[in-house]
Structures are given as C-alpha cells and as structure tokens.
Design a protein around this ligand. Structure first.
Ligand SMILES: Cc1ncc(C[n+]2csc(CCOP(=O)(O)OP(=O)(O)O)c2C)c(N)n1
Length: 629
C-alpha cells in the first residue's frame, strides 16, 4: 500500500491534499482495490469507476454532517475506505467483516443503507425536506448510476424533487453499463447528450480552463473553475423540464474539475443534476475487457483477472438451457429480465430467440405488468427475477397477474440465503409474499432435473405460477431427456416411515434425508417427502401421515414466519390434526452476510437442531389421530 493511502484515516485527512496528491491517491486506491478484492471478491468494476468522484465528493463535502447517498451502494467501497474503514477493508463481504453495501449500523458516514436499485433519489429528497423543515444547512448528495435511471422510483423522485426542495444535488454517474449494457430510451438519451457535438466543444474548452489553472491561487482556481462549470451548462430538456438544473456532462475522472464543480453546485439554490462520464473498471485491463464479469465477482488472480473455472453448472444455466428448448417447441414462450441477463442466465437464451427476449431495465414492476399484457394476448411469459428483487413487484403480481389469472411463470433465482451479499440480497420472503395470493401455484425443485419439470408444469398451467430455486451450482443428478409436467399439488414420497414425516423443501431435501438416516440409526422409522408444491400443498399426503406419525419436521431456506413449515402447520390444523410440526428455517430477523454453512449453523438450520427438537416428541409416542376433517 502506498504512503498516501496509509495517511488517510478520515475525510479530514483527504482535505489536506492538493490535486496532484489526490491523483496519486486515486491510483493507490485503485491498486488497493484490485489487490484486496482479488482475495475477497466484490464489485470491482463499479468501484474502479468512481475513485475520483468519491475523492472529490469527500474533499468538498463533510460527512456525516452532509448526507451522501449511493444508489444500490455497490460502488461505495471507496467511500468506505475514506471514512475510517481502510484497516478493515480486507474483511469486506467476509463473515463478521464489512458489508458489501452501505449500512447505517456500520458507520455514521453511511446515512442510508441500500442494495436494491432506485432508492437514492427518494431517500435523499426525504433527507433534504427533513433538513428544510428543521432549518438545517447540510448538503444532500445522491449518486446514482445511469442504470438507476431506468428505474421507476428514480423517476418518481425526479417528478417530485423540485416541488419539495431548493437544495439537493444529484450526480448521474454515466458509464453506459448496468451489469450488462444499459438499455432503453434513457440510455440512448444519455448517449445522445454525450456524443453531441456542441457539448463536446464546450466540454473541451471547459476542461482546458481547469487544466490551465493548476498552480494558481486557490481563489483564482475557484473563480475560473466556476466559470468553467457555468459554461458547461448544456440544457438537458428532460431534467430541466423536471425542474432540475442540469450540468454536464463532465469527465468524472478529472479531480480538479469535479472538485471545483461541486464547490460551485453547493452554492446553487435550485436542485441540480450533474452528469458525469466515467469508465467502469478504469485502470485495470481485465475489468475493461470484461465489464459484465467484473461488475461483481468472486476471488480472481490480480495479475491476469482469471477466476477459477466453475465445476458443475448453475441453476441459472439449467433454467436458461431448459427455457431455450421449451421455447424451440412453443412459439408463445417469451423471456423477460429486469436488467439481469447475466445473473438469471437469460443471456444464454438471447442468441437462440432474440425476438422473444426482453431486457426492460431495472424495472421489476414494469417487467411483471408487461408480462401480464403479453399473457392477455396468448403469449407465455417467463419472468426471470431474483427472489429478492421480485419483492418490488408484489402489487403487480397480485393486481395484474393473479387477479386476472394470467399465465405468467416467475422463475426466482437466489431463493434462499444469498451468502456474501447479505440481507439486501437474501431471498427469504418469497413464500410469505406469494403463497397468500389466490390463483398462484408455488413450486420448489429438489434438483435441476425437477427444475426443468416444474418449468414445463408452470408453462402448461392456465394461470400464474412461480418456481423458487437457489443461487449456485446444481445437485448434479442425472437429467431426463425431456422435462415432464408434474401433477398439480402432488408431493413426492422418497421414503416411507411411521414415526416421523420429514419434509425438505427444494434442495433442503438433503437435510431431510440426513435427519432420517440419523433417526433410523436410533431405531425410528422416518418418511422423507419432497413437497414440490408449496401451494397447492399436498393435503392428501399430509392427512395420510398425520394419521400415523408422531411429528412432522419441515426444512426450508426461507423465514419460518409465513414460510413452508407454517403452510404445513396451517394445513394440518385445517385437517384437524394435532401432530406437532418442528419447523426449521430462518428466524424473524434480518440475517447478516456470511458463508451459508456458517450462518445455517448459527441460526439452527441444521440436522442437529432438528434432531434435538424432534427426538423428545417421537420418544413420547404418538398422540395423534385426526379429530376432524
Ligand atoms: C431492484 C434491483 N434490481 C436489480 C438489481 C441488480 N443490480 C445491481 S447493480 C445493477 C446495475 C447498476 O448499474 P448502475 O446503476 O448504472 O451502476 P454501475 O454499476 O454501472 O456503476 C443491477 C441491475 C438491484 N440491485 N436492485
């Protein structure tokens, strides 16, 4: 690590540096990021792009008094490094270490937590209005990437800003990339501004002014830079119509220009939007060559950028390949992603059926209503949206899909604990929010072969359905040549038994099998059931086992409250059964980031825990029997 970086313990230290030293520091930070993240993994590309921006922001503004927000906040690593977390930075995304996103509990400099896109402008406006009401003077600055402007919430905020406050700064960090290439009319609009000839002339002359004034007194620098900044006012019809004064676009890697522009912007008594141009992955060739890969990745070789080859395929890949072959035979099938072609696997679908592939931007609500619209016209839309991001679309799922009983299939990757990304990305609530909606069919496959079967099942249903499956690699089972539809609401009994019935939802079936083996070792007989359907739940199967076992055990990678075990207990109660249900799942709290195995142990999602709870019950005998139903 270079000497300058070692001297930065807080933003106050940064404020002692001149522009040349800040440039040197920028390069040290880049090297520090490349080396550190090669061991931990993380969002390297986005952070390499905002080094100068973050330095400029922290040298002009004073957090935590001033409020600095980052949209998504995957690009807030440099902010973390500058605000007293350099020493702990090597722990980022590691168990017990720094979170990969902004977290209010982690630092007073993190004024707003995030992880999902589109929230920065609304939250910043809330803070600006709170300041105005309280008679405060602090600055509020929201930094949002160009892809955040494909999001509805961002535009809902833009529609509201000028009406609510006179003082707020929005920084549009335009690198032309979302995780994939940014999409839609707004991306084209930004591109048109950037490539506009008139702007380019202005930009060059302004840049020359700022570059020429190096060495002059601070006052002179500020005065000339202010002129430069003003001369760069290039009306963007769009933002000006919304009442935001638009500045830019300016070079987001030019520290003096950024610093002087922020000094000028903070004097404005109208909300402003500064459009800056940055390069994602700047300073690291592998990240420039592999924009998608280096958006966020696991450990890599710092010299070459190479990552360890994946062994087995992922659920996302099986999903995508299955969808390709189903779509080969059925022209009604269309695939929709909300800015996640890579993560969901749909980038594998795109080349096969380019006309039936839709990336709608970071717009989950729109994705779902759009799917509903297509479904009314006879298409079979498949919405591939992570469990955590589908939370955004709860009302469209209720109001536009389920209420109208439209045949949309939701394929939810990352259902269950996400691991190092932490609480913003864990997919632990989808059963809770989907099971209660009438007309919804909800499934979870125990392995990749069953995922394909469930996709076929969902696509044959006359109404809505959803499949939840986890992040990461598949079980590695033999695959049938052709997927087969599964009878609606039928569980699969893997093994019969009469002391206890163990239900393992999805890949949690492995814990059910292990528990059964342990119980059998102790002289009990255990049935092992792959539920397959969370809704409709297999009541016939439950009634049959309620008549013979002393206890049910449920395993799920979901919160217990409102989850699968609850559904089992509810159904048993409806059946008049008093057989107890031992529910193994996540507790009623937000789970931190960490290694999945460690966290399962910590929160009791283990065979040991199940055993400790169920043994005393089955040892007592069998106080069951149906009393009604
Ligand atoms: C609601 C929601 N949907 C999807 C994502 C996944 N996601 C994380 S970052 C990102 C792209 C962000 O692009 P941009 O805002 O332009 O920032 P950049 O990474 O280019 O700096 C996406 C789609 C998310 N975080 N939140």
């Amino acid at each position: 690590m270079g000497t300058l970086l070692e001297s930065i313990h807080s933003p106050a230290d940064l404020k002692l540096l001149n522009f040349a030293q800040m440039s040197e520091l920028a390069e040290e930070i880049r090297e520090f990021l490349i080396q550190t993240l090669s061991k931990t993994g993380g969002h390297l590309g986005p952070n390499l792009g905002v080094v100068e921006l973050t330095l400029a922001l922290h040298s002009v503004f004073n957090t935590p008094g001033d409020k600095l927000l980052f949209d998504v906040s995957h690009q807030a690593y440099v902010h973390k490094i500058l605000t007293g977390r350099r020493d702990r930075f090597a722990t980022i995304r590691q168990p017990g270490g720094l979170n990969g996103f902004m977290l209010r509990t982690e630092s007073e400099h993190d004024c707003f937590g995030a992880g999902h896109a589109g929230t920065a402008l609304s939250a910043a406006l809330g803070m600006a209005v709170a300041r105005d009401l309280a008679g405060g003077k602090e600055n509020v600055i929201a930094v949002a990437g160009d892809a955040a402007f494909t999001n509805g919430i961002t535009f809902e905020a833009i529609n509201n800003i000028a009406e609510q406050t006179k003082r707020m700064i929005v920084v549009l960090n335009d690198n032309e990339w979302s995780i994939d290439r940014n999409v839609g009319a707004i991306a084209s609009y930004f591109h048109r501004i950037v490539t506009n000839e008139h702007y380019n002339r202005l930009h060059d002359s302004a840049k020359r002014i700022v570059e020429k004034i190096g060495g002059k007194t601070a006052l002179e620098v500020a005065r000339r830079a202010e002129e430069a900044a003003k001369s760069m006012l290039w009306p963007s019809i769009l933002f000006e119509e919304f009442g935001l004064q638009y500045f830019g676009p300016i070079d987001g890697h030019n520290i003096p220009l950024l610093v002087e522009t922020f000094k000028f912007l903070k004097t404005q008594d109208r909300p402003v939007l500064l459009h800056i141009l940055t390069q994602k992955g700047r300073g690291y060739q592998p990240a420039l060559d592999g924009q998608k890969k280096f958006h966020g990745l696991g450990p890599y070789d710092a010299d070459t950028g190479l990552t360890a080859p994946a062994g087995k395929p992922t659920y996302a890949e099986v999903f995508a390949n299955t969808l390709v072959s189903l779509a080969d035979k059925d022209e009604r099938i269309v695939a929709i992603t909300a800015a996640m072609p890579n993560g969901t696997g749909l980038d594998l679908f795109r080349p096969h059926h380019p006309k039936r592939y839709f990336d709608v931007g970071i717009a989950e609500e729109h994705a779902v209503v759009f799917a509903a619209g297509m479904a009314t016209r006879g298409f079979r839309p498949v919405c591939a949206i992570y469990s955590t991001f589908l939370q955004r679309a709860f009302d469209p799922i209720v109001h536009d899909v389920c209420l109208q009983k439209l045949p949309v299939l939701f394929c939810m990757d990352r259902a269950g604990l996400s691991g190092d990304d932490g609480p913003t990305h864990h997919g632990l609530f989808d059963i809770g929010y989907l099971r209660s909606i009438p007309n919804m069919v909800l499934m979870s496959p125990k392995d990749e072969d069953e995922l394909a079967d469930m996709m076929k099942t969902g696509l044959e249903l006359p109404g809505p359905s959803a499949i939840r499956y986890p992040r990461g690699t598949v079980a590695g089972v033999a695959r049938k040549e052709e997927p087969q539809a599964i009878p609606l609401g039928k569980a699969e009994v893997l093994k019969d038994g009469s002391d206890v019935a163990i239900l393992g939802l999805g890949p949690m079936i492995s814990l059910a099998l292990e528990l059964a083996a342990r119980l059998e070792h102790d002289g009990f007989t255990a049935a092992v059931i792959n539920p397959r359907f969370i809704k409709p739940i297999d009541r016939e199967m439950l009634a049959a086992y309620a008549g013979k076992v002393s206890a049910f055990v449920t395993f799920e990678d979901h919160v217990k409250m409102g989850g699968f075990g609850t559904a089992v207990a509810e159904a048993l109660q409806d059946l008049g059964s008093a057989v107890p249900v031992v529910r193994i799942g996540w507790p009623d709290q937000f789970i931190e980031h960490g290694k999945i195995e460690d966290l399962r142990k910590k929160y009791g999602l283990t065979v040991d825990n199940a055993l400790a709870q169920v043994l005393p019950i089955i040892a007592r005998g069998k106080p069951h029997a149906l009393v009604a139903g």
